[in-house]
Design a protein around this ligand. Structure first.
Ligand SMILES: [Zn+2]
Length: 381
């Protein structure tokens, strides 16, 4: 067994002149003190970012061995790219955003991300060799090898993101669907922490989801695993969903679906409601009205809770998860949302899968970046 000695290397503050888009970095040996080799008196100490690195010197064959302590987690959206730089234990050291340039079929998106990643390493004086890689969540179906199967929001067709971004950065890359990756983040560090199997239900502008079994994302054969928003809930529906089908979960349980169906509910009754005074109310207005005791909002929400309970119960019959974690903008309604759904689940939940716990997501907008980091960790590969 090779015996390794740890040393700490204090590096200078930011370099001023380097072009952040430059793909090349000086070899690690050029920033190490060639003569000074000494034992680290505090081998377990975590050194502050940008000040020092923990680097091992292999005594037998005089090869420098750099511990891969860091990783990037990136959440690529239609308008912004959320980037985060982490310690590999999940501690977020830095996060920032750049705009998503979707012009010309999105051909500048990955070069922009590569420049942001390399620019951060450069300004932090962290060598690539100390970085595990890049995890990236994208808004579209992704195959296990990193091939994206059309991202309509970005203008992308079919190509391999992993090999392209890896070539641009010189770092290993793992790619996942954004909803699935956010689920992995909640599983690892959020509302699903401590459970072995979990389903994430994201009630936002649309309805997304992700299934995590024993720490692994269920991708499905074509990358469409976890697309719970397009399960059919009401087959008699005649208004089409964004996907072209009629009666999808998303048409009733997304924030936009809640507003649409609440308006229809309001129009079908003469009962007084504070919602009538609002020319164009939001999903939050509906929950606020119910909170204030508005009878129409309360009665409407029971139909929403029943819809949510029905489709979540159906998912449980397939997955039998330990937990269902609810995220997205609608989850800001908090405990009343969980209580409302739970109240109706007894009607729909098959007894053999009724052990599941209903929880709220806790990571908010960081779930994607945290899940993206988790994808590149050794224990996930
Ligand atoms: Zn649909």
């Amino acid at each position: 067994m090779v015996k390794a000695y740890s040393i700490s290397v204090v590096l200078s503050e930011r370099s001023e002149s380097k072009d952040p888009s430059s793909p090349e970095f000086p070899d690690i040996s050029s920033i190490l003190p060639q003569k000074s080799r000494f034992r680290n008196p505090h081998p377990s100490k975590t050194f502050p970012l940008g000040k020092s690195r923990k680097i091992c010197y292999n005594k037998e064959n005089t090869t420098w061995e750099v511990l891969m302590n860091y990783g990037f987690g990136i959440d690529l959206g239609g308008t912004t790219v959320k980037l985060a730089f982490f310690q590999k234990d999940g501690t977020m050291l830095h996060k920032w955003e750049i705009p998503t340039d979707t012009s010309e079929s999105g051909k500048r998106i990955l070069p922009d991300i590569a420049a942001a990643v390399l620019g951060h390493l450069d300004s932090s004086r962290i060598p690539k060799a100390d970085v595990l890689g890049i995890g990236i969540a994208v808004p579209g179906p992704v195959l296990p090898d990193g091939t994206v199967n059309r991202c309509v929001n970005l203008g992308w067709g079919v190509f391999n993101i992993a090999t392209t971004l890896s070539a641009l950065t010189g770092l290993p890359v793992k790619v996942g669907n954004d909803a699935n990756v956010a689920a992995l983040g909640e599983y690892w560090r959020g509302g699903g922490q401590g459970y072995r199997s979990m389903v994430m239900v994201t009630l936002g502008t649309g309805v997304g989801g992700g299934v995590i079994l024993d720490g692994k994302i269920l991708h499905g054969s074509m990358g469409g695993g976890g697309e719970i928003g397009h399960m059919t809930l009401h087959r008699e529906e005649t208004i089409p969903c964004n996907c072209g089908k009629c009666g999808c979960v998303e048409q009733y349980c997304s924030a936009t679906g809640i507003v649409r169906t609440a308006k229809a509910y309001l129009a079908a009754t003469d009962a007084p409601s504070v919602l009538r005074a609002l020319p164009d109310f939001s999903c939050k207005d509906v929950f606020d009205a119910a909170d204030a005791g508005d009878p129409v909002a309360l009665a409407y929400l029971e139909t929403f809770y029943a819809n949510a309970a029905e489709f979540i119960s159906n998912i449980c019959c397939v997955v039998n998860p330990e937990a269902v974690v609810i995220g997205g903008g609608v989850s800001k309604a908090g405990q009343p949302l969980l209580d409302g759904i739970r109240r109706h689940m007894d009607r729909f939940l098959f007894h053999a899968v009724s052990n599941m716990e209903l929880r709220l997501a806790t990571l908010g907008n960081d779930a994607g970046a945290i899940g993206a980091l988790r994808m590149i960790l050794p224990e996930n590969n």
